[in-house]
Write a new protein. Structure first.
Length: 166
């Protein structure tokens, strides 16, 4: 019957004689890398928490406004928007890029929306239960350039961010 040993602070069902001394330093190095990663992430928690709060506030969007008669986004739309913006944030910081806080709003059609405007470039993200779409506008009249489409992959999110900040 195998003995229970603890190597690198993780439980393993292996005989003590099967572990090698080199496993211990590797485990300590891994533990240190995990600690460093957690410390770096803690610096991002306030930003992500703020984004999530602002997105969750869309559940009551317009409810107390006397001159606004549209319903707020559905819970499924808000959940999709929360997941999407967290993924975008993770994509941005993982690639070493600078995060720029979006305007978080809702449309009268119940879409959750994120919007950035930087140096003559405007990126709008529309989130519904069915999916996420983007529209890009750049230039000045009469030479405006417009593009829209789906944004459903990491590559498409990264490409949009590169365009916005480029």
């Amino acid at each position: 019957m195998p003995a229970l040993t603890i190597t690198t602070r993780y439980r393993s069902t292996a005989m003590l004689s099967t572990t090698t001394p080199s496993a211990i330093p590797v485990g300590e190095e891994l533990d240190e890398q995990i600690r460093e990663l957690c410390q770096r992430w803690r610096a991002h928690e306030p930003v992500v928490d703020n984004l999530v709060e602002r997105v969750d506030a869309l559940l009551t969007w317009g409810a107390d406004w006397s001159d606004y008669d549209a319903d707020p986004p559905a819970a499924a739309t808000v959940e999709q928007a929360r997941d999407w913006i967290k993924q975008l944030y993770l994509d941005v910081v993982t690639n070493g890029r600078t995060w720029i806080d979006p305007l978080v709003t809702a449309s009268e059609d119940g879409e959750a929306m994120f919007e950035w405007q930087i140096r003559g470039r405007r990126l709008t993200i529309d989130v519904t239960e069915a999916g996420v779409c983007y529209s890009k506008i750049s230039g000045t009249p009469p030479n405006l350039q417009f593009e829209d489409g789906q944004v459903d992959t990491r590559q498409s999110r990264e490409s949009l961010w590169a365009w916005l900040t480029g």
